[in-house]
Write a protein that binds this ligand. Structure first.
Ligand SMILES: [Mg+2]
Length: 417
């Protein structure tokens, strides 16, 4: 048996955690220069606010109806996510963190009689200990558990916990489950399946031409079909190390000068290198790109280039230097740059690096001290001067909440009146 635990409207729930005044209002979280809607409360959904939509289109009407919008605060979301996952680890024998707000749990050793009660316990514990509402879907395979999770979230009769135990119940819900909502079936695959008259999960389960399924959707399609039939093909994946680390952002306004681009790139490298060290890795390849906005009627320019380190590294200062050299090569004056990014790849574990006889002693002690200082006094308390101080290119996020759980200086205050 598997369970899928999914945090409800996760970003919105994190915001409400520290700001109770938002709990009853229609609330949305914005991303990308506060332009795009990425999380909605139930109240906002009921007002017809579209997911992924452009905020300016609905702003006036939404605010007139008492709606509130906030900028995304990933520091907070990441930390709350880790807390939720830690709780889950204590509650289940095995867990796969699937995304920032979802995890699969393996339920070996539970009798089916205990499972529903156990699902309710998970929901209650996470709410009590962390304050985040979750939905729990339980079923014999991962695909079915994912489906159960969606039913638990959307069908109020279940109170947030849905156990699809018998085949009869599974099929009853499959009959109303559109094929494109099924986990692992993308938009294109769904279109192909619809052309075979497969409209629901149940149609797919009963579709007998497995050869055609394999031919159109490859082995993955076959596995999804088997999972719908209760045959478990997808096990829990152990936590995978990231294969690449990216740090990329749009600018808050057009950037023209090399100096400002250098500043932005230094900041992105700093952030990515910090993540690299957190997972005790080094990278061999640093790629970066700069581009103008394809949506603006200005001259267009876009370049991508990379640098290969002779020896894998996670030394921020060295990486900034190399990134700046690459940037100088691809920068052309006269363009209105709108976005830049840094990608670190060909990652290798720190302890697996072959030592190089001629390798000079790197700044490892210095970098370790930087990390310690930043951990204690807050992120970027100390950084390379090339990161600049004003950062006028930064993206707008004007309505951002505080980093309540990761910065001492931003901890929530309680006032007695
Ligand atoms: Mg969710």
């Amino acid at each position: 048996m598997f369970a899928l635990v999914d945090c409800n409207s996760f970003y919105v729930s994190c915001e409400r955690l520290f700001n109770p005044s938002l709990r009853t209002k229609p609330l949305i979280v914005l991303s990308n220069n506060d332009g795009c809607i990425i999380s909605r409360s139930t109240e906002a959904k009921e007002l017809g606010i579209p997911m992924g939509g452009a905020y300016f289109k609905v702003k006036k009407e939404f605010e007139a109806k008492g709606g509130v919008s906030v900028s995304s605060n990933y520091c907070l979301y990441q930390d709350v996510s880790q807390r939720v996952m830690r709780e889950l680890e204590a509650l289940a024998p095995q867990i796969e963190v699937y995304s920032i707000d979802e995890a699969f749990l393996c339920l070996k050793g539970f009798s089916s009689k205990e499972l529903l009660a156990w699902g309710k316990k998970i929901k209650k514990t996470i709410y009590q200990n962390i304050g985040i509402p979750v939905s729990v879907g339980i079923a014999p395979t991962k695909v079915l558990a994912k489906m159960a999770g969606q039913i638990a979230k959307n069908n109020h009769l279940f109170n947030g916990v849905c156990f699809l135990e018998s085949i009869v119940t599974q099929e009853k819900f499959m009959a109303d489950f559109p094929i494109e909502c099924l986990w692992g079936i993308g938009r294109k695959s769904a279109l192909k399946l619809r052309s075979f008259n497969i409209k629901t999960a149940l149609d797919f389960k009963n579709f007998s031409n497995t050869y055609l399924v394999q031919k159109t959707l490859t082995k993955t399609g076959r596995q999804i079909q088997d999972e719908l039939r209760g045959i478990s093909c997808l096990g829990l994946n152990a936590i995978q190390e990231r294969k690449a680390i990216t740090s990329t952002r749009s600018f808050g306004r057009g950037v023209y000068s090399l100096e400002e681009l250098q500043e932005a790139i230094a900041n992105y490298v700093t952030k990515a290198a910090e993540k690299l060290r957190q997972q005790q890795s080094c990278c061999k390849l640093l790629s970066l790109y700069i581009r103008t906005s394809p949506f603006q009627d200005t001259s267009q320019y876009s370049r991508y280039a990379h640098f290969e380190f002779p020896h894998p590294t996670n030394d921020t200062l060295k990486m900034i230097k190399c990134a700046h050299n690459v940037l100088k090569d691809i920068y052309r004056p006269g363009y209105k740059y709108q976005k830049a990014g840094v990608i670190l790849s060909h990652l290798i574990q720190e302890n697996q690096i072959q030592l190089d006889f001629f390798q000079q002693q790197e700044n490892s002690k210095l970098i370790k001290s930087l990390d310690r200082i930043n951990q204690q006094f807050g992120s970027l308390s100390i950084k390379s001067a090339s990161c600049g101080t004003e950062n006028k290119w930064r993206m707008k996020s004007e309505y951002k909440s505080k980093r309540y759980t990761t910065q001492w200086s931003e901890i929530a205050e309680v006032k007695c009146i």
